[in-house]
Design a protein around this ligand. Sequence first.
Ligand code: DAH
Length: 357
Amino acid sequence: MDDLRDKYISLIAAAADESMLEDLRVQAVGKKGEISLKMRELGKMSPEERQVAGPALNALKDEINSALSAKKAALEDAALDERLRGEWLDVTLPGRARRVGSIHPISQVTEEVTAIFADMGFAVAEGPQIDTDWYNFDALNIPGHHPARAEMDTFYMHRAEGDDRPPHVLRTHTSPVQIRSMEKTGAPIRVIAPGRVYRADYDQTHTPMFHQVEGLAIDRDISMANLKWVLEEFVKAYFEVDDVELRFRASHFPFTEPSAEVDIRCSWAGGTLKVGEGDDWLEILGSGMVHPKVLANAGVNPDEWQGFAFGMGIDRIAMLKYGIPDLRAFFDSDLRWLRHYGFASLDVPTLHGGLSG
Ligand code: DAH
């Protein structure tokens, strides 16, 4: 019995996998296994012999069975260890950045402008790109005969034969959103309205579709001084410089009185634009105090409320900030251009996190 015990204990210890172990189990304690056969022999023994051999055989069987299950557990543990070693992954390795497309400079700049004005309490307003001539012109104090209509190279939509209402237009500027937002919420109001605008014009600095951002702030006591401060803060934040000098040049727009065009001091030394220094001036926007007729047209009482408005070309300030020489390239969908001038899609511009990464 001792031989049997030693044989199986050492065979079990040496078993390399679970199927070898199963073979050993059958050989030792299976129905026709060596130990089972020995147990059958108990019947032929004398009662005295049986009293000694019986418990000894049972103890041997138990010992073999527990050696088998201990070895089985050890083999399973080893197999699991092996598998885990194969699946091991260093989660502290840095990620591999894969660029999936890129953000168009127009979208980037729109986000930058929105982040800056949002910080000054301006909400974002929207209006339709196809609008009536009331919103695009009349409500903004540009009557039918006004030369500004011709200057704007307006795209007119067709009306059905026999329909003699004035045609819809593709909006020529974002200013109609001033009227729509004042109609919607009344005064006080503080909004910007970025979006697409359309004019029939095409050369290196003009495309039939381009982008503007409108600004509007109406309250009881808003003045040109507020306009000047807001624009200075904007230009500093947008061009990411500490100091800028703005020049307000008297101008004329039908929807503002007084009106001013705004230039920033800059230099073109070495062919690159630097904002805040130099002897050149660069026009960046039109602005003024909203005309009382415009307020009245939008249902806001001009005896109680006043404020400023401005309109700025998004494409133009994008070209200036990011050194993009030709406006038309914005709309060519050239992938090489987009890869060069585009922005990473997860870098959302914020004032605290940095505007342009
Ligand atoms: N709407 C004008 C344009 O497209 C720009 C503009 C000028 C907008 C003065 C304004 C403003 O709000 O006050 O040329």
